[in-house]
Every structure is written in structure tokens, then in C-alpha cells.
Design a protein around this ligand. Structure first.
Ligand code: A3P
Ligand code: MG
Ligand code: MG
Length: 355
């Protein structure tokens, strides 16, 4: 089989087994996008005092923001660095293998989860089988690159609002207060490394997380919060789009990191948050009223992993498989060699990992 079909009906059956994601490690990325083996950039959630009546201007303080380069492709380097520094967590005892079938970022899996419901954005995921594990790395498609290059000043400004919202509701220290005057560096992040399993696929993946809810409970998946912003909903069309397209992405992103709560700042067109709502991740599909279903997302992802495993039976670190999908089409793949622009496993990793 060289391709497979994507349709909602095909995946609308019983839930696959899913092992609740648990945190096995963490790291930070500093303002220069350098890896830090520490929790330097962890944040703590500070709930709003009056969530129904808010006037939070996300445009304020823009002059001190260091923007993230949205064309930057870092490949898998950060999680690979974490693995090298934490071999005892990643490698099976006395064995030359990482205890995971797939190694990737949570963002890749969010992409896969949402595929049956996606009708606009295509994707391209490169895969390399090194020893027993398959490493997955998405690459920006031409359409996505064009979209980024064609962004208007207004779109770029709106892109900052999400980060600013985080600054309003997060502090750097447990029980601290948010400091919305501080320079905002969008490059900084705190990420956790998770273990989970979907059907019979063992997974190791890293995910950027927004913050910890209760400092006393510590760093556990069920003690994390995800922050979002969204346009205030004023008509049925906006309501449907929110439920149909946004909630499925929010659900997939948080569900895959075991994050139970999503805090959304609803803003006007002028970047002012007017109310803040809290959502329970596990109830989002009820709010979406059948416009998407978790079992479909999960079965599709499990099927994709099964397909990838079936075409990548042999370990071959000199070959990269590129899986690609466009809305309304099948998932297909081709292979390339070490000189391919899709090749992404660095020599420093392959040389060191099993030493
Ligand atoms: P919103 O989530 O409020 O849109 P995340 O929500 O995943 O923690 O990301 C935080 C913020 O980063 C987003 O806020 C948004 O401003 C920005 N962001 C994340 N992914 C993005 C993307 N693909 N393109 C542009 N901005 C993005
Ligand atoms: Mg985030
Ligand atoms: Mg967020």
C-alpha cells in the first residue's frame, strides 16, 4: 500500500486505547532560541479577578516585544538534545533502544489529530527510522511558506496578542504577580517531555506548555493550563467556525499533553480582551455539538502511525520518508536519501545516543 484515504466516516469507530500522557522531563528555550536543561522559563497561572468584566488591552507594550521568527525551522533538535542529556529516562535499561516507537513534537500530533476535519491546510511530515524508533519532523509546505510571507502588518500584530495575553495571566514565580510592563520575548518557552501511547504505538514527544496552575501540586500534566485568545463571538457564523475549526485544534493540543483546562480571552478587533472563559478539555466536543469527534481524530492518528510503521519496517538512518497530505486527497509518501532537504537527524545525535 502506498497511500491511504482520509475521511471522517472511515475513522468513526470505537476509541483506540490511549494512555494518559505523563511528564517525564522538561526544558526551556531562551530568548535566543537556545536549549536550556532547566525550568528557567516555567510560568505560573494567576487567575483573573473578574473574568466576566475585563478590559485588557493586548496592544500595550508592543514596543518592547522581541518577535518570534515564524519562518524558523528548528527540526527536532530541542527534543533530541533533551534525550541526549537524559538518556536514563529515554533509553530502555541495558538496551540499545529508546523506549518509544515514535519521537516527535506534540504539534505534529495535533496536526494529525485534526486532519480528518481539516479542509484548508496541507501537511508534509518527514520520517527517519534510526535503530528501533521512528523520528517524525514536519516541514513547512509551500502553501504555508507563502502564507507567512504574505502576512499583513495587521496579521502580524494580531499574532502578538496571544503572547501578550499570556503575560497578563502568568507570573515567573509561584504566587507571584504578572508583570505586563516587562519586555516580552516571544522566543522564550517552557516545554515538557511526555510519554503516552495510542493503540499499540508508544510515544515520546515534547510540547510547549503555557503554565502551571497550582504551584503546590507541582509539575504534573493535570496541573497545567493552556491559554488562548479568540475573537468575541457575535453571530451564528462566528459561533459555528469557533466550534467547528478552533475547538478541535484546542482540544487536540491540550488533550495530547493531558492539560485539563483552557483559559480563553475573548477580544475585540482592537485587541482588547473583554471576557475570560474557562473550558474543560474533556468537554470541548460537547460544546462543539458533534461538529467533530475525538474518536475520529484519535483513530486517524493511530492509523497513520500503523501505516508509517508498515512502510518503514527496516531501520535505515540514510533514508528519509516524506508523508504528505492535501485536503480531499489521500496520504501518500516518497523516499529520499541523506542529501535530501528533508533529512533532519543530526550527526551529533546519532553518534552520541547509544555510546
Ligand atoms: P493564541 O493561542 O491566543 O492564538 P499557544 O496558544 O499554542 O500557546 O500559542 C501562543 C500564541 O502564539 C498564540 O496565541 C499566537 O499568538 C502565537 N501562535 C501560536 N501558533 C501560531 C501560528 N501557527 N502562527 C502564528 N502565531 C502563532
Ligand atoms: Mg503556548
Ligand atoms: Mg496558549
Amino acid at each position: 500500500m502506498t497511500s491511504f484515504k482520509v475521511s471522517v466516516q472511515d475513522y468513526d469507530h470505537k476509541f483506540p486505547r490511549f494512555l494518559e500522557p505523563s511528564i517525564t522531563g522538561h526544558y526551556s528555550i531562551n530568548g535566543e532560541r537556545e536549549f536550556l536543561d532547566s525550568d528557567t522559563h516555567i510560568k505560573y497561572y494567576c487567575p483573573p479577578s473578574n473574568p466576566k468584566h475585563v478590559f485588557m488591552d493586548l496592544k500595550k507594550g508592543k514596543a518592547t516585544t522581541s518577535e518570534k521568527d515564524s519562518l524558523l525551522e528548528e527540526k527536532l533538535d530541542n527534543i533530541l538534545q533533551w534525550i541526549l542529556l537524559h538518556k536514563h529516562e529515554a533509553i530502555e535499561e541495558n538496551k540499545q533502544r529508546i523506549s518509544a516507537d515514535f519521537i516527535c513534537y506534540r504539534g505534529h500530533m495535533t496536526l494529525l489529530f485534526c486532519t480528518p476535519y481539516e479542509n484548508r491546510e496541507d501537511w508534509k511530515v518527514a520520517a527517519i527510522k534510526f535503530q528501533h524508533s521512528i523520528y517524525l519532523c514536519p516541514f513547512r509546505t509551500d502553501a504555508k511558506r507563502k502564507e507567512i510571507l504574505n502576512q499583513t502588518e495587521r496579521q502580524r500584530e494580531m499574532g502578538h496578542w496571544g503572547y501578550k495575553f499570556e503575560q497578563h495571566l502568568m507570573s515567573d514565580s509561584p504566587n507571584g504577580k504578572p508583570n505586563t510592563e516587562a519586555p516580552l520575548n516571544e522566543n522564550e518557552e517552557f516545554s515538557c517531555v511526555f510519554r503516552s501511547r495510542i493503540a499499540d504505538h508508544m510515544l515520546l514527544y515534547a510540547a510547549e506548555v503555557d503554565g502551571v496552575a497550582d504551584p503546590i501540586k507541582g509539575l504534573k500534566a493535570n496541573n497545567l493550563v493552556e491559554l488562548k485568545t479568540s475573537r468575541l463571538i457575535e453571530n451564528p457564523n462566528q459561533d459555528r467556525n469557533f466550534k467547528r475549526f478552533k475547538l478541535v485544534k484546542w482540544w487536540a493540543q491540550s488533550y495530547l499533553a493531558g492539560i485539563p483546562r483552557i483559559i480563553c480571552g475573548f477580544r475585540d478587533d482592537d485587541g482588547v480582551v473583554r471576557k475570560i472563559e474557562e473550558y474543560e478539555t474533556l468537554k470541548l466536543h460537547h460544546i462543539a455539538q458533534g461538529l467533530w469527534q475525538p474518536n475520529v481524530c484519535m483513530n486517524f492518528c493511530a492509523h497513520f502511525f500503523t501505516f508509517v510503521k508498515s512502510v518503514m519496517k527496516e531501520s535505515n538512518k540514510d533514508m528519509v520518508y516524506v508523508f504528505s497530505w492535501r485536503p480531499k486527497e489521500d496520504v501518500t509518501y516518497w523516499t529520499e536519501g541523506r542529501d535530501s532537504p528533508y533529512y533532519f537527524l543530526p550527526e551529533w545525535y546519532m553518534e552520541e545516543i547509544f555510546k
